[in-house]
Design a protein around this ligand. Sequence first.
Ligand code: HEC
Length: 173
Amino acid sequence: MSSEHESPIKTPKQLAAVVVAAFLVPIFTIVLLVKYVNTAGKTGAGSVAMTEEATAQRLKPVARVEFKDVNAPKVLKSGQEIYDGVCAGCHNVGAAGAPKNGDKGAWSARLTQGYDKLVEHAIKGIRGMPARGGNPDLDDIEVARAVAVMGNSVGAGFKEPAAPAPKAEATAK
Ligand code: HEC
């Protein structure tokens, strides 16, 4: 039973092959591992899915709490700011039959109601027009300013109302 103890390596040539393999196989494995680690973060050209910003965006918490000082005086935005932020979505394109900004034909009949009536409709809502453009946080004055911006886009010559003045000043006007 001598064959049990026989080595599979029988010739010097085989020995040389085993020695070379014993060096090359681990080296090859290490090279592959290094490659794997280095390429893990790489992305295809044009892909932004793995950028730091995109990752941070995915990792950010779902809900955030914002503290508002309810006593702080509200800084009223200009008519243009309100229009761009709230009203433009419908009034730029005429969504749901909204009179388009700058479209004289769409506004002429409405303008005959007068500025105050238009403002009232914008605040309370009318048919497809949601109250305050759907943003209940808007101040009456902000809505009125946005109405002025729209009216003026068709040359109505409305004046954007100023912020509520202290009483003494208000009576002086
Ligand atoms: C969700 C879409 C939408 C948004 C947002 C929106 N509107 Fe309108 N708006 C309409 C539609 C639709 C009408 C036409 C309603 C009708 O007369 O049938 C309208 C009509 C109006 C009118 C004319 C009312 C009248 O008496 O003829 C005014 C003024 C107006 N919108 C102001 C605003 C202002 C100011 C904002 C932003 C604060 C705003 N809208 C945001 C859809 C919108």
